[in-house]
Ligand binder design. Structure first.
Ligand code: ATP
Length: 262
């Protein structure tokens, strides 16, 4: 990857390309992907199935090394996984042997914590409360529903306080009703603790409901087809999903996706 000297808050993805395999079997997955996400912005990524959304997220996380281009977090090139980025996966990536409280407390341990033990306990209690987990603080993950486990994963990710939160279809395994509750919980925590978030989803409705901007990827090799602004700021309750402006935006993005899938 080429070196870059620009320093800027947030995430810069510049000219990123990635292929898997070699020779005649090489599959080009990402091509010339450019994306700038400002500090504190919530950006959703949608695209046809198999287009490379997870590959882009994994490249930003540092799990996948791009062949071309560069990725910068606050001006620092990404060279592998690191504490500036924290990933929330579809599967519940929380420690099964730790209680809910200890899982979240682990998040506060991961940051370069300078406060006292009592302060750390207060921070953990705040995240337990924010994600509606206070009554389950001493429970083990196996005793919780899928939605509650994802609440723990999200609370822990916010407690880690990385520069960027990367969420890869975190609600895909949940039933429709739980998914809506989780969307609201995420809106709520993010309105209180504004973070830089990149959120990959299949659902256009979810993307518009959560994000400040929606990045529409093309079919493979994926590139950024269009970036759509979502104009309703913090006005995000489920009623908005039936608002004519919401429906219009959803249809527009769905049409873009249909036109790019081949
Ligand atoms: N490590 C890998 N080795 C080989 N091929 C891979 C690897 N990771 C991803 N791919 C391929 O890259 C393509 C894009 O995959 P990716 O998971 O990034 O797409 P996606 O848009 O997130 O898919 P979906 O919408 O189905 O979740 C797929 O064809 C996949 O098989």
């Amino acid at each position: 990857m080429t070196q870059h000297t620009t320093t800027r808050d947030g995430l810069s993805v510049r000219g990123v390309g990635k292929s898997f395999g070699s020779g005649g079997r090489a599959v080009s997955v990402l091509r010339d992907v450019d994306l700038e996400i400002a500090d504190g912005e919530f950006v959703a990524v949608v695209g046809p199935s198999g287009s490379g959304k997870s590959t882009l997220l994994n490249a930003i996380a540092g799990f996948v090394e791009p062949d071309d281009g560069e990725i910068l977090v606050n001006g620092e090139p990404v060279r592998g996984p690191g504490p500036s980025r924290c990933v929330v996966f579809q599967e519940y990536a929380i420690f099964p042997w730790l209680s809910v409280r200890k899982n979240i407390d682990f998040g506060t341990r991961l940051r370069a914590w300078r406060g006292s033990k009592q302060e750390r306990a207060r921070v953990t209690a705040r995240y337990l409360d924010m994600m509606g987990l206070a009554d389950f603080a001493d429970a083990l993950p196996k005793t919780l529903s899928g939605g509650m486990r994802q609440r723990v994963a999200i609370a822990r990710a916010y407690a880690v306080d990385p520069e960027i939160l990367l969420m890869d279809e975190p609600f895909a395994a949940l039933d429709a009703q739980t998914r809506e509750q989780m969307q609201e919980a995420l809106v709520d925590i993010n309105q209180r603790e504004r973070r830089t978030v990149l959120f990959v989803t299949h659902q256009v409705e979810e993307a518009i409901f959560l994000a400040d901007r929606v990045v529409v990827m093309s079919a493979r090799p994926a590139t950024v087809q269009e970036i759509v602004d979502v104009p309703w700021g913090d006005r995000r309750t489920h009623e908005i999903k039936t608002d004519p402006d919401f429906v219009r935006l959803r249809r527009r993005i769905e049409t873009l996706l249909r036109s790019s899938a081949h």
